[in-house]
Design a binder for this molecule. Sequence first.
Ligand code: ZN
Length: 378
Amino acid sequence: MHLDQNPNLYDAAVIAILDAYSSFSYKPQHSQWTILASFFLTRRRSTPSVGVEGGEDEIKVISLATGTKCLPTNRFSPRGETVHDCHAEVLARRSALRWFLEEILRICSSDGVGSFCSAWIALGKDGKYAPRKGVHLNLYVSTLPCGDASMGYLASTQDETMAAMKSSSVFPELESTAASRGRDDYARLGVLRTKPGRADSPPTSCMSCSDKIAKWNVLGIQGALGSNFLSPLYIEAVIIGEVPMNLRTIARDDCERAFWRRLGEFQVQRPIIHFTDLPFPHSRSVLGSSTSCNESLCWSADSQPLEILINGLKRGVSPKHRYREKSSDSSTYFQAKLASSDYQIAKQKLLKEPGPFAGWIVSESHWQQFDINGEVQS
Ligand SMILES: [Zn+2]
């Protein structure tokens, strides 16, 4: 189950993702690098051996996002109109959730007419939608996710000055469940970390992508709001780019520890880890650029055109419109999020003592957080 059974399928998916990305006219400015993430669905047919094109297997790219930034805590807005965490994985998950919810709307709005039948999801006996038999949800990231999954890679690739600054000797010992800041104390493995930033940047309370992926492996990616309509959606495989062959053994061990092993008895889903040789053209290693892009692209399939976010805000929306847009249905949204009780109970167990993620930093406004589209924040 956890062997890399179908590498050609995953590489075919990466080709489809890179094709979709290059079909947009969007490019990061000034040759700045970024990270690309995408959620995609696969449907395996009877034969496990497939050609490079995926043979009879099917692939559907449902979301794409780029991004490397998150807001420092001192720039969180009490009005909740900003997206705090603009890392590619987090935005791709948000756009994937939008696709699932819109697919449900397409199904529901065609009831009685019979014109739309989803090839990917169906209503289960529990009254919630779930992937059809044989359909799997997968995540592609163009580089190792930040946080625990990238610690071994970081230790192998950073220069001596940085290694001395970030080594264990200069940091006080923390409680076992406490979160480390960014890349500090990188020899501390299997722990929660906030997102990395420049050493001189104000701290952020956004948790790393490794931590969020691990959380999705317990709770699913559907979030509190989505769990009203969707059974838990788990990631079958994580496909990762930019890891050189000689570091893949270390990186695989890091990913398995970061994504599920450290969860102990909380383990639910253990995704397959697959490394791809296919390069993302706007990655740091391809461009050789030292600065990362502060814009983010978000796209979900079968939906609106792509959106660009800058510093957590949608480009081209006036402040006046932004506040009006979000404030209209805030109570409905908040109530819907709280109503999903099973999800909330599971989340409390994971994030509260003695759960493995008890050090998870929850910002004060977290429970009332919703982004510019009134969607769930992870
Ligand atoms: Zn990240």
